[in-house]
Every structure is written in structure tokens, then in C-alpha cells.
Design a protein around this ligand. Structure first.
Ligand SMILES: [Zn+2]
Length: 337
């Protein structure tokens, strides 16, 4: 049975073995609580490392919810050397409604960090992570997917960080997910991310995009689930060797970056996009990437969207419509090392 806590001081992060909690956050507009599931595992072995793994930061992204939920139930403290905190449905109200933002207060949890102790529900979840979870861990994993809208190339990801030691360790840990791409993305597109906060605190912080279209991608879920276990193995929190997750791809993940805003192409108008390229494709500058149709304009054939630069297609529209101003295409550059 899970232990339900309404007073967060009652969570014992040092309790030996595995404890499953439901962490209560009182509703803003009525009596009662949103209850966020969380497992705290203090293994029987030496305290090698402390790691937290989140799914469901966005409620309509399911690969993280599935893989972290599985690990919450499968991991045995007898095998663990260190502390593992697993929170499979961090924004539980948004997970329940299957939406990116919480329908309780309309807030996107992944823009609400560092949070606010007296803010609305989503800000209080962010504050809980910042003040209660991050002090307990050295490594932070936040499993995402593209949700609705575009299709993302399968990738683990992190922001460009100035500390070279933190950067190198993050390349290593991100590569353990064995996705075709390790993607370094721009901090300029958004602020208030869970990973922003963790990176600023010096944590080894890895995100990633493991699916799209609000489904459960089979391959993406395998990379998320096995990737988390590889990270635990890397830090000797779990015994055993690193697993090659995709045996069909002999090469290591390709390290790519889009850290400048001009690598993120917004839709010039709302329309239906016909893609001519797929995620992961290499494109040349000037190449046609697809056609954006506005079917209201009967005398217009549609506008071809051209690649402003060469690179790898990390993001391509999938669900209709593609809305004016929203990033529709991301072209990433290979990082030479
Ligand atoms: Zn997300």
C-alpha cells in the first residue's frame, strides 16, 4: 500500500528499502488533493549515487509515464547501491486529463520552475521538486515526448552548459539512451524548465524526446526504459554492463545541436503541412522540406518551405494543423569534437 502524505515533511528520503508514496498537493479551488505517485528506494548496497527520474512532466507524453512506472514496480532495493527516486506522473492532474498543461490551473509544469510554495497547484509541484527532491540527488532524468503537434527524432537531450566537466558528463550520460541523436537544444526558446533548474544546481541533467502524437511508441519506450537502467548501471547503482539498446545501429548516437534561434523555423501561417522529409534526414540548404497549404485560399497552390541551412531534421510537423508562429521545423548541426 502506498503511504499518502499531505505534510511533505513526513517523507523520509533515508528510509531503507522501497517506499511508495502518494504525495498530496491540495487543490486550489476545492477541498481535496492531487496525489502524485513517487517511489523512494534506498538500496542495500553502498551509496554510490542518487538519481531521480521523472515521467509525466507533460501529461500527454506517455513513454516516460510507462517506463518510470515499470521501474517503480520492478526495481528491487536488494540490487540497488544508492538512492533512486521515481516519479512516473509528476504532473498527475495533467496526466489524468492527458494534456500538456494542467487543466486545474492552466499551467505548463515545464515552464513553472523553480515554482512557488504559495502558487497554484502546478507551481507548488515545481516547488516540491526544487526544494525537496533536487537536494536529495546528483543526477536528474526527465523523460519527454513530442506530445501533440510535431514529430521529434528519437533523442536524448540537454542544454548547452558552460561548465566543461558537467558538459562532458552529460554527453556521456545522454549517450547511454542509445538514441540515434543526442540533441543539445537552445535555452532561448523557453524558460522555467525542470531541467533549467536542475542544470543551474549543477546536477547531471538529461531530458529526451521518446515518442510523438500522444501515443506510446514501442521503440521510444524501450530506449527510455533501458536508457534509465543504463544510467543506473553507469553509476553502479545497478550491477551489470551497459546494454546496447539498438543492436541494429552500430554507430554511437550522433551529437547534434540547435542552440541558435534561427535553427527553429516557425510556421509562416496556419495550414496543413505535407512533409517531403522525415525526422533524422540530412537536408541541404535550399532543399524543399515540404508544402504548407492554406485550403481557404483556393487560388494558392501552397508554399514550399525551404531549408535555410544544411543539417539534420530533428522536428517535422505531424499532426494537423500547423499553427502560425509555432516552431514547425528544427534543423540541427553535427557537433565536431
Ligand atoms: Zn514534454
Amino acid at each position: 500500500m502506498p503511504i499518502t502524505v499531505y505534510d511533505h515533511n513526513q517523507i523520509d528520503f533515508d528510509r531503507p528499502g522501497k517506499t511508495i508514496y502518494e504525495v498530496g498537493f491540495h487543490f486550489d479551488g476545492t477541498w481535496g488533493y492531487a496525489q502524485v505517485p513517487m517511489a523512494v528506494i534506498n538500496g542495500h548496497g553502498p551509496r554510490n549515487k542518487s538519481i531521480v527520474c521523472f515521467g509525466g512532466t507533460h501529461g500527454n507524453e506517455y513513454e516516460g509515464q510507462v517506463s518510470v512506472w515499470r521501474l517503480m514496480h520492478e526495481l528491487d532495493p536488494a540490487d540497488i547501491s544508492g538512492r533512486v527516486i521515481l516519479i512516473p506522473r509528476l504532473n498527475q492532474p495533467a496526466c489524468n486529463t492527458g494534456t500538456r498543461d494542467s487543466q486545474v490551473d492552466g499551467v505548463n509544469l515545464n515552464r513553472a520552475f523553480p515554482g512557488a510554495p504559495r502558487g497554484s497547484l502546478t507551481y507548488r509541484i515545481a516547488d516540491f521538486v526544487t526544494t525537496r527532491i533536487f537536494p536529495q540527488v546528483e543526477v536528474v532524468l526527465d523523460i519527454h515526448a513530442a506530445g501533440s503537434g510535431a514529430r521529434f527524432a528519437l533523442c536524448s537531450s540537454f542544454h548547452m552548459v558552460p561548465d566543461p566537466q558537467q558538459f562532458e558528463e552529460m554527453v556521456t550520460v545522454a549517450s547511454l539512451f542509445d538514441t540515434p541523436f543526442v540533441f543539445i537544444y537552445s535555452s532561448e526558446m523557453a524558460s522555467g524548465l525542470l531541467t533549467d533548474q536542475a542544470e543551474a544546481l549543477g546536477k547531471i541533467t538529461i531530458g529526451g524526446e521518446f515518442g510523438f502524437a500522444q501515443g506510446v511508441d514501442r521503440v521510444g519506450t524501450r530506449h527510455a526504459y533501458e536508457g534509465i537502467k543504463n544510467v543506473l548501471r553507469h553509476y553502479r547503482v545497478l550491477p551489470g554492463d551497459i546494454v546496447k539498446i539498438d543492436p541494429n545501429r552500430p554507430t554511437p548516437p550522433k551529437l547534434v545541436s540547435a542552440i541558435h534561434l534561427n535553427e527553429y523555423i516557425p510556421a509562416p501561417y496556419t495550414g496543413v503541412f505535407e512533409p517531403w522529409v522525415d525526422t533524422g534526414d540530412w537536408v541541404e540548404a535550399g532543399q524543399g522540406l515540404g508544402v504548407l497549404y492554406d485550403f481557404e485560399l483556393v487560388d494558392q497552390p501552397g508554399q514550399v518551405v525551404y531549408a535555410p541551412r544544411s543539417g539534420y531534421m530533428l522536428l517535422v510537423p505531424f499532426q494537423v494543423p500547423t499553427r502560425k508562429g509555432v516552431t514547425m521545423l528544427v534543423i540541427a548541426q553535427e557537433v565536431q569534437r
